[in-house]
Write a protein that binds this ligand. Structure first.
Ligand code: PBE
Length: 267
């Protein structure tokens, strides 16, 4: 007694991101499953969330965010995931490449590169950190592509070159996807394709690939985070499999906070 509960210190707020993100739906389920009745999940964006985190961190104030890996925030700040004993955020996630039906026939070279695109959280981390440090996404991607010619050669192996054919990729402004999408766009451009990136919300990203107005996205978090969209459009897209293994989502707090589990939010 006399000591404020965690809830009181953060005004019972979980700092979220864009409402279309899968992690927002999972967090709403967490609030239910753990009976966090006094708590609210605040909508925002990835950028607003990291700005709030930076601000709290500088003052060593408490904050609870919706977080995910890979993300540069874990190299910039000392953070921890809150344990999730009920498993509401699921097991480890993979990020899948999702192409429209018919792309393999229409643009086999593009399809091949997308199919062969595969990298690690550490590799994505290099691009993400560079962008966070102020480099423009397309410049950070170009530098990475230049420095990793061997890796890129694995992705382009056997792929037909383009001759200015148009390719439309969609992505959501999550730091992880800004990095990956710019890298793939650069690789396709270097191969001779004319790539357009459209920044959209998660719903339109999946819908666009399903209705064929978008050629592909490389931002399918599965099996849990985008399970709804996967089910909704199943059959209307071509799942090219994981491009990155070992992703994760959850509630994240600075290491200086004296809590370890989502259960601790109930007190
Ligand atoms: N994320 C990052 C996304 C997928 C990529 C975890 C914020 C989400 O839908 O929640």
């Amino acid at each position: 007694t006399g000591t404020a509960s965690v809830g009181e210190t953060v005004d019972y707020k979980i700092t979220g991101i864009d409402p279309g993100a899968g992690i927002m739906k999972a967090t709403a389920a967490v609030i239910e499953d753990y009976e966090l009745t006094d708590w609210k999940l605040v909508e925002g964006s990835g950028a607003a969330m990291t700005a709030s985190l930076q601000k709290a961190y500088n003052k060593e104030e408490p904050i609870i965010i919706t977080g995910w890996t890979p993300h540069w925030m874990f190299s910039k700040f000392d953070l921890k995931y809150l344990e999730d004993p009920k498993g509401t955020y699921g097991e480890a996630e993979n990020i899948h490449t999702i192409a429209r039906n018919g792309l393999a026939e229409d643009l086999p070279g593009v399809h091949k590169v997308l199919d062969q695109f595969h990298w690690t959280p550490a590799e994505m981390g290099v691009v993400m950190s560079s962008i966070t440090d102020g480099t423009k996404p397309e410049d950070a991607a170009a530098a990475w592509v230049e420095e990793n010619a061997d890796k890129v050669a694995e992705w382009t192996e056997g792929a037909e070159e383009g001759n200015g054919e148009k390719v439309k990729l969609a992505y959501v402004a999550w730091d992880s996807e800004i990095a990956s999408t710019n890298v793939v766009a650069k690789v396709l451009q270097d191969l001779g394709y004319k790539v357009t990136l459209s920044q959209v919300e998660a719903g339109p990203m999946w819908a666009g690939v399903a209705d064929g107005s978008i050629d592909a996205h490389i931002a399918g978090w599965l099996p849990l985070t985008h399970a709804d969209q996967y089910k909704k459009y199943e059959g209307d897209f071509d799942d090219l499999g994981a491009n990155l293994e070992g992703a994760k989502t959850g509630l994240v707090v600075p290491a200086y906070m004296d809590i370890d589990s989502i259960e601790d939010l109930k007190e």
